[in-house]
Design a binder for this molecule. Structure first.
Ligand SMILES: [Zn+2]
Length: 273
């Protein structure tokens, strides 16, 4: 078995005995990679432990057979602790990123740009102000799905290319077709097709976010309601495009939404139609 080195972070660990487990990593060199971690759960283990939310240097024995490679050494290069205020929210957004990557990344296919972008996200996540967490996550999500090949077309009609500003002078809402992959102008809409409707302000914010850096997203003073609506639309978009199920780590957002609603700060917004 050839020995290999790369860096990566943990997406998920599956324990299969008291001391051993299989870990799914997102690695810089080989993309999504599953490795067995024999004895890695044992506290007696002499080598470094593969902990979540850390950039790890991995030495492993590779194998042609899927999931058959195994870890030899682990060094922690950088760890992100979510100890500041809203630690649970930071942890949940971090887990949502790992879950989304695990569900959408193909095995053994390098995605170095997305890997580096994800590290940047974790660094921001560990230190951003609390109110920036949701815009930061939406920004990451929007760019991450683009890296994966599912970039939604938000500035022009996905069918005819007409610029969004030219749809209609009084357009207060835009319709997004998750099946066709972007915004659809009135002339290109067809009966029976499913659309997600977003207000012009929501859609313009999402379109601007597509070209924003994480640092720019952090400094956004955007309402949670707007970020929720855009995120809901994007989750449905990705689900339709890829067939992946829901991201369980985001369940906490529903509770947050309800809490905001009960505080009377829910704004009238568009619903998926
Ligand atoms: Zn059109």
């Amino acid at each position: 078995m050839p020995i290999e080195k790369t860096e990566g972070f943990v997406l998920k660990a599956y324990n299969w005995s008291e001391s051993s487990r299989t870990i799914v990593f997102f690695t810089r060199k080989s993309g999504k990679l599953s490795l067995t971690d024999r004895g890695g759960r044992s506290l007696k283990s002499k080598r470094g432990r593969a902990i979540p939310f850390a950039r790890l240097e991995l030495t492993y024995y590779s194998s042609e057979r899927e999931s058959a490679g195994h870890l030899s050494e682990v060094n922690i290069e950088e760890a992100w602790t979510f100890e500041d205020e809203s630690a649970l929210g930071r942890l949940a957004f971090g887990s949502a990123v790992c879950e989304m990557l695990r569900l959408t990344l193909p095995d053994h296919e390098p995605h170095e740009d997305l890997y580096i972008y994800s590290l940047k996200f974790f660094r921001c996540l560990s230190k951003s102000p609390r109110e920036a967490l949701l815009p930061l996550f939406v920004c990451y999500y929007l760019r991450a799905i683009s890296f994966l090949g599912y970039r939604p077309v938000l500035s022009a009609c996905v069918a005819c290319g007409r610029k969004k500003e030219d749809f209609s002078v009084s357009a207060r809402f835009y319709k997004l077709s998750p099946d066709r992959g972007g915004v659809i102008c009135n002339s290109c809409q067809s009966e029976g097709e499913r659309y997600i409707q977003l207000s012009a302000e929501d859609m313009n914010w999402a379109a601007a976010l597509q070209t924003s850096s994480l640092e720019e997203a952090e400094s956004e003073t955007i309402s949670y309601q707007r970020a929720f609506r855009v995120l809901d639309a994007l989750l449905w978009f990705l689900k339709t495009q890829t067939g992946i199920g829901k991201i369980n780590s985001l369940d906490f957002l529903n509770k947050l939404k309800q809490a905001q609603g009960s505080l009377g700060i829910n704004q009238p917004g568009s619903q998926p139609v």
